[in-house]
Ligand binder design. Structure first.
Ligand SMILES: *[C@@H]1O[C@H](CO)[C@@H](O)[C@H](O)[C@H]1NC(C)=O
Length: 222
Protein backbone atom coordinates (compact mmCIF):
# COMPACT_ATOMS: atom_id res chain seq x y z
CA UNK A 1 0.00 0.00 0.00
CA UNK A 2 2.75 2.41 1.06
CA UNK A 3 4.86 1.26 -1.88
CA UNK A 4 1.91 1.76 -4.20
CA UNK A 5 1.32 5.35 -2.97
CA UNK A 6 5.02 6.04 -3.28
CA UNK A 7 5.04 4.79 -6.84
CA UNK A 8 1.98 6.92 -7.59
CA UNK A 9 3.86 9.97 -6.35
CA UNK A 10 7.04 9.12 -8.21
CA UNK A 11 5.50 8.01 -11.48
CA UNK A 12 2.48 10.21 -12.17
CA UNK A 13 2.92 9.83 -15.91
CA UNK A 14 2.93 6.04 -15.65
CA UNK A 15 -0.06 5.69 -13.36
CA UNK A 16 -2.30 8.27 -15.03
CA UNK A 17 -0.72 7.62 -18.43
CA UNK A 18 -1.71 11.02 -19.75
CA UNK A 19 1.23 12.58 -21.55
CA UNK A 20 2.88 15.24 -19.39
CA UNK A 21 3.20 18.63 -21.07
CA UNK A 22 6.91 19.18 -21.53
CA UNK A 23 6.95 22.97 -21.90
CA UNK A 24 3.56 24.66 -21.29
CA UNK A 25 5.03 28.17 -21.76
CA UNK A 26 6.23 27.33 -25.25
CA UNK A 27 2.86 25.79 -26.16
CA UNK A 28 1.10 28.95 -24.95
CA UNK A 29 3.39 31.18 -27.03
CA UNK A 30 3.04 28.96 -30.12
CA UNK A 31 -0.77 29.06 -29.85
CA UNK A 32 -0.77 32.87 -29.47
CA UNK A 33 1.68 33.69 -32.27
CA UNK A 34 0.09 36.22 -34.62
CA UNK A 35 1.66 34.77 -37.77
CA UNK A 36 3.49 31.66 -38.87
CA UNK A 37 6.69 33.74 -39.10
CA UNK A 38 6.29 34.67 -35.43
CA UNK A 39 5.53 31.03 -34.67
CA UNK A 40 8.63 29.74 -36.42
CA UNK A 41 10.80 32.28 -34.58
CA UNK A 42 9.82 30.43 -31.39
CA UNK A 43 11.35 27.23 -32.86
CA UNK A 44 14.74 28.49 -34.06
CA UNK A 45 16.87 25.35 -33.79
CA UNK A 46 16.89 22.40 -36.18
CA UNK A 47 16.54 20.16 -33.10
CA UNK A 48 13.21 21.87 -32.34
CA UNK A 49 11.93 20.02 -35.43
CA UNK A 50 13.05 16.51 -34.48
CA UNK A 51 11.17 14.09 -32.24
CA UNK A 52 13.04 10.93 -31.29
CA UNK A 53 10.52 8.22 -30.38
CA UNK A 54 13.30 5.94 -29.12
CA UNK A 55 14.40 8.50 -26.51
CA UNK A 56 10.99 8.91 -24.81
CA UNK A 57 10.53 7.72 -21.21
CA UNK A 58 7.70 5.31 -22.09
CA UNK A 59 9.58 3.61 -24.97
CA UNK A 60 9.73 -0.14 -24.27
CA UNK A 61 8.90 -3.51 -25.79
CA UNK A 62 8.41 -5.07 -22.32
CA UNK A 63 5.56 -5.54 -22.71
CA UNK A 64 5.10 -2.60 -25.06
CA UNK A 65 4.34 1.10 -25.41
CA UNK A 66 2.45 3.85 -27.14
CA UNK A 67 4.91 6.68 -27.75
CA UNK A 68 3.05 9.86 -28.72
CA UNK A 69 4.46 12.84 -30.54
CA UNK A 70 1.76 15.39 -29.76
CA UNK A 71 1.29 18.88 -28.35
CA UNK A 72 2.26 17.66 -24.86
CA UNK A 73 5.44 15.77 -25.72
CA UNK A 74 6.55 17.79 -28.79
CA UNK A 75 5.48 21.47 -28.56
CA UNK A 76 6.31 21.98 -32.25
CA UNK A 77 3.00 20.15 -32.92
CA UNK A 78 0.95 22.64 -30.84
CA UNK A 79 -1.85 23.84 -33.10
CA UNK A 80 -0.79 21.55 -35.97
CA UNK A 81 -3.76 19.22 -35.47
CA UNK A 82 -1.91 15.91 -35.71
CA UNK A 83 -0.36 13.28 -33.48
CA UNK A 84 2.05 10.63 -34.68
CA UNK A 85 2.51 7.63 -32.42
CA UNK A 86 4.84 4.67 -32.50
CA UNK A 87 3.22 1.48 -31.20
CA UNK A 88 5.79 -0.98 -29.86
CA UNK A 89 4.40 -4.40 -29.00
CA UNK A 90 6.63 -7.08 -27.50
CA UNK A 91 5.71 -10.78 -27.98
CA UNK A 92 1.93 -11.19 -27.31
CA UNK A 93 1.60 -7.60 -26.08
CA UNK A 94 -1.70 -5.83 -26.57
CA UNK A 95 -3.31 -2.43 -26.42
CA UNK A 96 -6.37 -3.04 -24.21
CA UNK A 97 -9.80 -1.68 -25.27
CA UNK A 98 -9.73 2.11 -25.48
CA UNK A 99 -10.87 5.05 -27.61
CA UNK A 100 -9.63 8.48 -28.56
CA UNK A 101 -12.26 11.14 -27.82
CA UNK A 102 -10.88 13.73 -30.24
CA UNK A 103 -9.32 11.90 -33.21
CA UNK A 104 -9.65 9.32 -35.92
CA UNK A 105 -6.73 6.95 -35.85
CA UNK A 106 -4.94 5.38 -38.86
CA UNK A 107 -2.64 2.50 -37.94
CA UNK A 108 -0.17 0.78 -40.26
CA UNK A 109 2.00 -2.21 -39.40
CA UNK A 110 5.74 -1.85 -39.98
CA UNK A 111 6.71 -5.27 -38.62
CA UNK A 112 4.84 -8.24 -37.14
CA UNK A 113 1.36 -9.71 -37.32
CA UNK A 114 -1.23 -7.85 -35.26
CA UNK A 115 -4.97 -8.51 -34.92
CA UNK A 116 -7.18 -5.46 -34.36
CA UNK A 117 -10.80 -5.18 -33.20
CA UNK A 118 -12.92 -2.06 -33.67
CA UNK A 119 -16.53 -1.33 -32.70
CA UNK A 120 -17.87 2.01 -33.87
CA UNK A 121 -20.90 2.26 -31.60
CA UNK A 122 -23.90 0.28 -30.29
CA UNK A 123 -25.60 -1.62 -33.10
CA UNK A 124 -22.70 -1.96 -35.56
CA UNK A 125 -20.64 -5.09 -35.94
CA UNK A 126 -17.05 -5.51 -34.88
CA UNK A 127 -14.39 -5.00 -37.57
CA UNK A 128 -11.49 -7.42 -37.17
CA UNK A 129 -8.32 -7.00 -39.19
CA UNK A 130 -4.98 -8.73 -39.37
CA UNK A 131 -2.17 -6.25 -39.96
CA UNK A 132 1.07 -7.44 -41.50
CA UNK A 133 3.78 -5.08 -42.80
CA UNK A 134 2.32 -2.40 -45.10
CA UNK A 135 -1.31 -2.96 -44.10
CA UNK A 136 -3.35 -0.19 -42.49
CA UNK A 137 -6.71 0.05 -40.75
CA UNK A 138 -8.93 2.90 -39.55
CA UNK A 139 -10.27 3.45 -36.04
CA UNK A 140 -12.85 6.23 -36.47
CA UNK A 141 -12.98 8.97 -33.84
CA UNK A 142 -14.28 7.66 -30.49
CA UNK A 143 -14.57 4.06 -31.74
CA UNK A 144 -13.69 1.35 -29.23
CA UNK A 145 -10.60 -0.56 -30.36
CA UNK A 146 -7.97 -3.03 -29.19
CA UNK A 147 -5.09 -4.91 -30.80
CA UNK A 148 -2.73 -7.76 -30.03
CA UNK A 149 0.62 -8.83 -31.42
CA UNK A 150 0.08 -12.47 -32.46
CA UNK A 151 3.78 -13.10 -32.84
CA UNK A 152 6.54 -14.24 -30.52
CA UNK A 153 8.78 -11.41 -31.78
CA UNK A 154 8.46 -7.66 -31.41
CA UNK A 155 5.93 -5.89 -33.63
CA UNK A 156 5.84 -2.21 -34.50
CA UNK A 157 3.11 0.00 -35.96
CA UNK A 158 2.83 3.67 -36.83
CA UNK A 159 -0.31 5.48 -35.77
CA UNK A 160 -1.53 8.87 -37.03
CA UNK A 161 -4.31 10.84 -35.33
CA UNK A 162 -5.99 14.01 -36.55
CA UNK A 163 -5.61 15.99 -33.34
CA UNK A 164 -2.50 17.15 -31.48
CA UNK A 165 -4.46 16.33 -28.30
CA UNK A 166 -6.29 13.13 -29.26
CA UNK A 167 -6.77 11.83 -25.69
CA UNK A 168 -7.15 8.18 -24.70
CA UNK A 169 -9.81 6.49 -22.56
CA UNK A 170 -9.03 2.94 -21.42
CA UNK A 171 -12.47 1.53 -20.65
CA UNK A 172 -11.67 -1.03 -17.95
CA UNK A 173 -9.34 1.27 -15.96
CA UNK A 174 -11.76 4.18 -16.31
CA UNK A 175 -14.84 2.23 -15.28
CA UNK A 176 -13.35 0.21 -12.42
CA UNK A 177 -11.43 3.17 -10.98
CA UNK A 178 -14.30 5.65 -11.10
CA UNK A 179 -17.78 4.06 -11.03
CA UNK A 180 -19.10 2.87 -7.64
CA UNK A 181 -18.68 -0.90 -7.43
CA UNK A 182 -22.34 -1.62 -6.62
CA UNK A 183 -23.29 0.34 -9.72
CA UNK A 184 -20.80 -1.69 -11.78
CA UNK A 185 -22.31 -4.87 -10.32
CA UNK A 186 -25.75 -3.75 -11.50
CA UNK A 187 -24.31 -2.93 -14.94
CA UNK A 188 -22.91 -6.48 -15.05
CA UNK A 189 -26.43 -7.75 -14.28
CA UNK A 190 -25.18 -9.52 -11.17
CA UNK A 191 -25.60 -8.07 -7.66
CA UNK A 192 -23.08 -10.63 -6.41
CA UNK A 193 -20.49 -9.37 -8.89
CA UNK A 194 -17.56 -8.19 -6.79
CA UNK A 195 -16.17 -5.35 -8.89
CA UNK A 196 -13.50 -4.53 -6.33
CA UNK A 197 -12.03 -8.03 -6.50
CA UNK A 198 -12.50 -8.50 -10.24
CA UNK A 199 -11.05 -5.09 -11.00
CA UNK A 200 -7.99 -5.22 -8.79
CA UNK A 201 -5.85 -7.07 -11.34
CA UNK A 202 -6.56 -4.72 -14.23
CA UNK A 203 -3.09 -3.62 -15.35
CA UNK A 204 -2.35 0.09 -14.95
CA UNK A 205 -2.43 2.08 -18.17
CA UNK A 206 1.33 2.37 -17.68
CA UNK A 207 3.21 2.73 -20.96
CA UNK A 208 -0.04 2.08 -22.89
CA UNK A 209 0.46 -1.62 -23.56
CA UNK A 210 -0.21 -4.71 -21.43
CA UNK A 211 0.49 -8.43 -21.82
CA UNK A 212 -1.94 -10.19 -24.16
CA UNK A 213 -3.93 -13.43 -24.23
CA UNK A 214 -3.11 -16.67 -22.43
CA UNK A 215 -3.33 -18.49 -25.79
CA UNK A 216 -0.53 -16.37 -27.25
CA UNK A 217 1.59 -16.59 -24.09
CA UNK A 218 1.30 -20.41 -24.11
CA UNK A 219 2.22 -20.57 -27.81
CA UNK A 220 5.24 -18.30 -27.26
CA UNK A 221 6.29 -19.89 -23.95
CA UNK A 222 5.91 -16.66 -21.95
C1 LIG B 1 -1.10 -13.86 -38.29
O1 LIG B 1 -1.44 -14.44 -37.05
C2 LIG B 1 -2.67 -15.17 -37.07
C3 LIG B 1 -3.00 -15.58 -35.64
O2 LIG B 1 -1.93 -16.28 -35.04
C4 LIG B 1 -2.53 -16.36 -38.03
O3 LIG B 1 -3.76 -17.03 -38.09
C5 LIG B 1 -2.17 -15.84 -39.41
O4 LIG B 1 -1.93 -16.92 -40.28
C6 LIG B 1 -0.94 -14.95 -39.37
N1 LIG B 1 -0.77 -14.30 -40.66
C7 LIG B 1 0.38 -14.33 -41.32
C8 LIG B 1 0.39 -13.63 -42.65
O5 LIG B 1 1.39 -14.87 -40.88
Amino acid sequence: MLLASLLTLLLPSLTTAADQTLNPDLNAKLMLAATNVDRQALLPKNEDWIFDFTQQKVYTFAPGSVVNANAATFPTLAGVGMTMAQLNLGPCAMLPPHWHPRATNLVVAVTGNITTWMVGENGVKVVTTELTPGKMTVFPRASLHAMQNNGCDNAQLISALNSDDAGTTNIFNTAFDNIPHEVLAAAFGDDEFDAGTVGKNIPKVGTGSVMGSAECRRRCGI
